[in-house]
Design a protein around this ligand. Structure first.
Ligand code: MG
Length: 383
């Protein structure tokens, strides 16, 4: 395990060598560009709305479940903690992590799937692209530009996935910009790679926790699950009289730490083997941040379990089906009657895209209220 050391590694993104912002701005007196990016994200409206957006469980189902905001904070914590040991740029990691889910619709993946269906003939909808759209265009708070005008490195990290067709459009607007790597097969900086895996670690752990808390997953079901089962057995052996809640907390805690340690160790070994000279050498190399092969297989097994037992649980499916209906009906209502939209959306050139932007920005509870206002029906009691 590498020692915690001060200073950035040569292969980290050095804020002094940023590729800069799309609209040049004078430097801030007390912050580097990536610290400034982080601060802009925290102060934007889309960030505040994360508190009322679903992770897996709808916002009104319970106060203890993760929301997009608490998930986002957990991702930032895990990614920063690993970044420090690997001597990567912690400020950049934090900026990317805090922004990574800004484009998420209400109702989690159900909302995204519904909007993707609605926009099939109009360019589609994908939450990573939407996160970039939020920070590049939709936030309107600065006098001289749309969006938050974040640095290249933060935007590169936000755009995790991108279909080729969209990458070509991005490349046409911004040659050599954030779309390029989806055309030439290069990688993003280590900080972006790290946040991507911190996101995975975070939801694997918290979905087990929330799944059990909700009663949709029984602890007994977890016994044969890779990683979780072994941690449960080890905690039981060390603490035979531990109550169920603490047993699970301790097993999830060990799961989280174990995955972060594995990631740090394996990534450090890859970096030692390849010794990339700088951040651009990282972009030309194969992916460098990752788990050791056995852990990768175990994480895949854990995700398969969560998919079947939680995301496909009849109760979750019933809720997400209803939520998809809400989004589809909102979309249809606004498209049929643009006057129902706020003026700046109603006046947009591409109405389907404007409607999607408006709906994607909604919190769960706002979408439900708006749906009730437009249709007269209440879909979920309690909101
Ligand atoms: Mg996420």
């Amino acid at each position: 395990m590498p020692e915690v050391a001060a200073g950035l590694a040569p292969y980290a993104c050095d804020p002094a060598r940023t590729r800069g912002r799309r609209h040049p701005e004078p430097p801030a007196p007390t912050r580097n560009d990536h610290q400034r990016d982080r601060d802009r994200v925290v102060h934007c409206g889309a960030f505040r709305r994360l508190v009322y957006k679903t992770q897996v469980f709808l916002n009104h189902e319970g106060d203890l479940y993760r929301t997009r905001l608490t998930h986002t904070l957990e991702v930032a914590q895990l990614a920063r903690s690993a970044a420090r040991v690997l001597r990567l740029n912690e400020d950049l990691v934090e900026a990317i992590a805090l922004a990574h889910d800004l484009g998420h619709t209400p109702f989690g993946h159900a909302g995204q799937d519904a909007l993707a269906d609605c926009l099939r003939a109009h360019g589609g909808f994908e939450h990573n692209l939407q996160s970039l759209r939020v920070v590049d265009r939709l936030e309107q708070r600065y006098p001289d530009f749309d969006g938050l005008n974040l640095s290249f490195e933060t935007r590169e990290g936000i755009l995790k996935r991108c279909p080729r067709r969209i990458a070509e459009q991005l490349e046409a607007r911004e040659p050599g910009g954030v779309g390029r790597r989806f055309l030439d097969g290069s990688q993003p900086a280590l900080e972006a790679q790290l946040v991507n895996l911190a996101d995975e670690i975070s939801y694997c752990a918290h979905d087990i926790d929330d799944g059990v808390r909700s009663g949709l997953i029984e602890v007994a079901q977890l016994e044969p699950v890779p990683l979780v089962g072994a941690h449960l057995a080890a905690v039981r052996a060390e603490h035979p009289r531990l109550g169920a809640r603490r047993l699970l907390c301790e097993a999830v805690r060990r799961l989280l730490s174990g995955l972060v340690y594995d990631l740090v160790e394996h990534t450090a070994a890859q970096l030692r083997a390849l010794t990339p000279a700088d951040a651009d050498a990282v972009r030309r190399a194969p992916p460098l941040v990752g788990f050791a092969a056995p852990t990768r297989a175990q994480v895949a097994g854990l995700k398969r379990f969560l998919f079947g037992a939680l995301y496909r649980h009849p109760q979750v499916v019933a809720t997400t089906d209803a939520a998809r209906g809400v989004v589809r009906e909102l979309y249809a209502a606004y498209l049929a009657q643009p006057a129902l939209l706020p003026a700046e959306y109603a006046a947009a050139d591409e109405l389907p895209r404007a409607v999607a932007d408006y709906i994607a920005g909604m919190t769960d509870r706002y979408a439900l209220r708006e749906h009730r206002r437009l249709t007269g029906r209440t879909v979920f009691a309690g909101l």
